[in-house]
Design a protein around this ligand. Structure first.
Ligand code: TPP
Ligand code: MG
Length: 553
């Protein structure tokens, strides 16, 4: 009778369940899993830190709708990956963490890298289990993959003891599980659909807020049809950007504060009223704001502000329900009213305030001037990864997205260190697309060594570092007679040289006129590159909305 080993059965089951990408770092006891994965046709990408591997796996989950796998060794490998579980948990993104663990036969004996891994994973995961027998591997993997994508998506964890990985069983003794289908798309209560439209009709200052839940649900066609038939103004969340193109005439992005403060009704489409949306509370929202909420997780509805109408269901399916109801009884938000003119006026004012910053050719550059050149160089289908404080916040307002799931950033968890891994995952999923990572110098430092991965796999990613010598900026010289400021780094650090160590292209940019040529050269090179752009340490955004260091508005 044919025998099958644990590692092969793990890889075969993952492939069977539609897991196409695995990111990891190998060692005892998971080495055979990585090799088996390659044999089974799974793309294996070796990363330089487990945090990055777990960030990359969840980016694949968000971009493709099937979880990416992250493969790590026992003990410190697994604990390093917990930051990724936490980030995926906070973003509601699917991923599957595969943690090697000490042999079952040595449990409790102080085995090599023995640790309470299932317990450590559990608070962040929808599902966390130890695989206890080789025969049951297909069962556990199907259970994990299904749980990660069904209902509200999220991370899952499987603990893989060394003696399960290296064990074997009769092939027939391990019943295979059919590939779990894509997640069901629940419809909302038809009465709630009618109530949502009635609420929108009754609003004077309605606003649709499009979140990354809509992007994940691939609701772009339906949301666009809804917005265009109702002519409702909309605001995208940071990663909801691109579900509708940022240059859409109904986008209110340049008047974000104004629309949030003044809307009398917000319709949340896969967006949450968490800190990013200022909890839906005053002073950033109207105290009497009415909420219509569409979310895949019924228990999310009503968080922080009670929802007048609850649309519990899939963003694509429910928006299609709304569109069908609108076809039966068409309605459009009025073309001429003070809400539209107020928004238009605010957009004009805000554009006028930032215009001089875009045109300021001083050296060192301000953020807007640097981001302007990046914006102008990007093709419409570029994938933009971004992290940092001002770098990301200002970058979000300057760098447009025209397509859904084309922006990856620090997200709901506000995590620094995700950018390089996200860019690598995005390039793996979309080999033909231009991928750029726009990084603060601090943010870059969390995972700078991952540029070696981009070089090793010939991923022509351009990493652009907006370098202001620190966390929110640092001095241009360190004063040896004083303690180094907690926010400061080595001034004028030559980050671009890091990638040269691996055969990538480095560019150092100090003057505004050098930036665009450097971007063009990096794009034309077909190679991974770092463009290290010196930014004024004094450069700040215009009025602060959320200060990452003080948490103050
Ligand atoms: C993992 C993690 N550690 C620390 C922080 C706190 N933090 C928020 S933004 C930031 C870095 C901001 O500096 P930089 O990336 O250089 O962007 P800048 O604002 O200077 O453009 C840090 C360390 C965090 N958000 N995540
Ligand atoms: Mg900085």
């Amino acid at each position: 009778m044919a025998r099958i080993d644990g590692a092969t059965l793990i890889a075969r089951s993952l492939k069977q369940q539609g897991v196409e990408y695995m990111f990891g770092i190998v060692g005892i006891p998971v080495v055979p899993i990585a090799f088996a994965a390659q044999r089974e046709g799974i793309t294996y990408i070796g990363m330089r830190h487990e945090q990055s591997a777990s960030y990359a796996a969840q980016a694949v989950g968000y971009l493709t709708g099937r979880p990416g796998a992250c493969l790590v060794v026992s003990g410190p490998g697994m604990t390093n990956a917990i930051s990724g579980l936490a980030n995926a948990w906070s973003n509601r993104w699917p991923m599957i963490l595969l943690g090697g663990s000490s042999d079952i036969a040595q449990h409790g004996m102080g085995a090599f890298q023995e640790a309470p891994q299932v317990e450590a994973a559990r608070p962040w995961c929808k599902y966390a289990a130890e695989v206890d027998r080789v025969e049951r591997i297909p069962y556990y993997i199907e259970q994990a993959v299904r749980t990660s994508i069904y209902g509200r998506p999220g991370p899952v964890y499987l603990d893989l003891p060394g003696d399960v990985i290296s064990g074997a069983c009769d092939d027939e003794a391990a019943p295979r599980r059919p590939r779990v289908g894509d997640a069901p798309r629940p419809l909302a209560d038809p009465a709630a659909v009618e109530a949502a439209l009635a609420a929108l009709r009754s609003a004077e200052r309605p606003l649709v807020v499009v979140g990354k839940g809509a992007a994940y649900a691939r609701a772009e066609d339906e949301v666009r049809a809804f917005i265009e038939s109702t002519q409702l103004p909309f605001l995208a969340s940071p990663m909801g950007k691109g579900v509708l193109p940022d240059d859409h005439t109904l986008s209110t992005a340049p008047a974000r504060s104004y629309v949030l403060q003044n809307a009398d009704l917000v319709f949340l489409v896969g967006a949450r009223l968490n800190w990013i949306m200022h909890f839906g509370l005053p002073p950033r929202f109207n105290p009497d704001v009415r909420v219509v909420q569409l979310d895949i997780a019924a228990e999310e509805i009503g968080t922080n502000v009670p929802a007048e109408v609850a649309l519990a269901g899939d963003a694509r399916a429910v928006t299609a329900q709304l569109n069908a109801a609108l076809r039966a009884s068409p309605w459009q938000f009025g073309a001429e009213n003070t809400w539209r003119t107020g928004i238009a006026k605010k957009i004009e004012e805000n554009r006028a305030t930032t215009q001089p910053l875009f045109e300021d050719d001083s050296t060192p550059m301000n953020y807007y001037r640097a981001l302007r050149d990046i914006r102008d160089a990007l093709p419409r289908d570029a994938i933009v990864c971004s992290e940092g404080a001002s770098t990301m916040d200002i970058g979000r307002t300057v760098l447009p997205n025209f397509l859904p799931r084309h922006r990856l950033d620090a997200g709901s968890f506000g995590t620094m260190g995700v950018g390089l891994a996200f860019a690598i995952a995005a390039q793996a999923v979309h080999p033909g697309k231009r991928v750029v990572a726009v990084e603060g110098d601090s943010a870059f430092g969390f995972s700078g060594m991952e540029v070696e991965v981009a070089c090793r796999y010939n991923m022509p990613i351009t990493f652009i570092i907006l370098n202001n010598n620190g966390i929110g900026g640092g001095p241009s010289e360190l004063d040896p007679s004083r303690p180094v400021m907690p926010t400061a780094y080595v001034p004028n650090a030559r980050y671009e040289r890091v990638i040269e160590a691996f055969g990538g292209e480095g560019y150092f940019v100090e003057r505004p006129e050098e930036l665009r040529p450097a971007i063009e050269a990096s794009f034309a090179s077909g190679r991974p590159g770092i463009i290290n752009v010196m930014i004024s340490a004094q450069a700040r955004r215009k009025p602060q909305q959320f200060d990452w260091l003080t948490r103050q508005a």
